[in-house]
Design a protein. Structure first.
Length: 292
């Protein structure tokens, strides 16, 4: 029984590492694609494609897509408030700034755990969040020339933490992860398309690169990564999930050093090692942080 539990935990961690890696590859891809597609329209297309694929899968299995719709709607609104500010923000800020500020969700997770979800984080979890933030700062170089794009991305970081914690709550209640993901994707996609229509944004995709990147975003960072996240959250703590996801900029750096041909930077190695150290620290036994 213990061996089975360890195996499930290992599989969950590997799935979360995959999600962090695939999301880490998206910052520079999205920024390059925005020259050929409006950011709100891009969010709409990528989520609608992913949602339709999952809806067809669920219908083929004769499952009720509308079951637990209120939970799906709550998560979808938070997810929409994550991706719209982050994607628009990338038009005005650098990919590195966006990566670092999005990574600040690591700090919001224990804060929201305590204030909103009434769960007191342990001392080791608080320490792990602090170490991860230091690693993120060293890895990305911190903030440079704060602008409107950075402030929009900060909203994304806060909603990122909320989405992670609320997803954890629903997964622990036994909600079907594929149905919940499908509902979120369809609602986020429809909200984005409706917003684009309201503000008369261009729906066209003017470059082949933007089209290919949008399809890639729909299939991998959206559909597969989010479903894997929800499956993993059935057995993994929300803070551990957040620390693995803090590896996004680490993977972004690895992609840049390998596929992008960039030189390995010492600060990137140090920052990445600190985030890994935080992940190990989060797994150490510790008592809840209580008032004296």
């Amino acid at each position: 029984m213990l061996q089975t539990s360890r195996k499930k935990t290992l599989l969950a961690d590997l799935g979360l590492f995959y999600a962090a890696a695939i999301w880490g590859s998206t910052f520079f891809l999205v920024k390059s694609a925005l020259s050929g597609i409006d950011p709100v329209v891009m969010v709409g297309y990528r989520f609608l494609i992913a949602g339709i694929i999952l809806a067809l899968y669920l219908l083929a299995r004769k499952q009720n897509i509308l079951r637990d719709l209120k939970k799906g709607l709550a998560l979808a609104i938070i997810l929409w408030l994550l991706y719209i500010p982050q994607t628009i923000g990338l038009k005005y800020t650098t990919a590195s700034n966006s990566g670092f500020i999005t990574g600040l969700f690591v700090a919001f997770v224990p804060l929201f755990m305590k204030t909103i979800f009434k769960r007191t984080p342990t001392i080791s979890e608080i320490a792990a969040s602090g170490v991860a933030l230091i690693g993120l700062w060293i890895l990305t170089g911190g903030l440079k020339e704060i602008n409107i794009g950075d402030l929009l991305t900060l909203i994304a970081a806060m909603t990122y933490a909320l989405h992670l914690l609320l997803s954890d709550k629903y997964m622990k209640q036994g909600i079907d992860p594929i149905r919940l993901a499908c509902q979120q994707f369809l609602i986020v996609g429809l909200l984005s398309i409706a917003s684009a229509a309201t503000f008369k944004l261009p729906f066209g995709i003017t470059t082949a690169s933007a089209l290919h990147i949008t399809i890639f975003l729909a299939l991998f960072p959206t559909m597969t990564a989010f479903v894997i996240q929800l499956l993993a959250q059935k057995i993994t703590s929300p803070l551990r999930v957040s620390l693995i996801f803090a590896l996004e900029p680490v993977f972004a750096g690895l992609f840049a050093w390998t596929l992008g041909g960039e030189q390995i930077q010492l600060h990137g190695v140090i920052g990445g090692l600190l985030i890994f150290a935080a992940l190990i620290l989060s797994g150490l036994p510790s008592k809840p942080l209580t008032k004296r």
